[in-house]
Design a protein around this ligand. Structure first.
Ligand SMILES: [Ca+2]
Length: 92
């Protein structure tokens, strides 16, 4: 295999990965939600197995507030758009 063929193969694999990442919704999850303590399944709000841009944007536009849960001080992540809770993270 020549270096030119190797370059084309690598480029094709990268492009396939790029398209696959957007098709599966992984790209929106990685780009917008990775800093948050949310799993892919938690960001996939309609549970169709794909994180859309709208879902990732909804979750990534979030704020935090302190809440009490079982006598512990926890952090609740909530959507800035409507104030609905997204996830509660408590210390172990
Ligand atoms: Ca979805």
């Amino acid at each position: 295999m020549t270096s030119k063929q190797r370059f084309r193969l690598i480029l094709a694999v990268l492009m396939l990965g790029f398209v696959g990442a957007f098709a599966s919704g992984r790209a929106w999850y990685w780009l917008l939600c990775l800093p948050l303590p949310m799993t892919f399944a938690e960001v996939d709000r309609n549970r169709d197995g794909v994180v859309s841009f709208i879902e990732a944007s909804y979750v990534s536009s979030s704020g935090t507030r302190e809440v009490q849960q079982d006598g512990r001080r926890c952090v609740e992540y909530y959507a800035l758009k409507d104030g609905l809770p997204l996830k509660v993270v408590c210390p172990p």
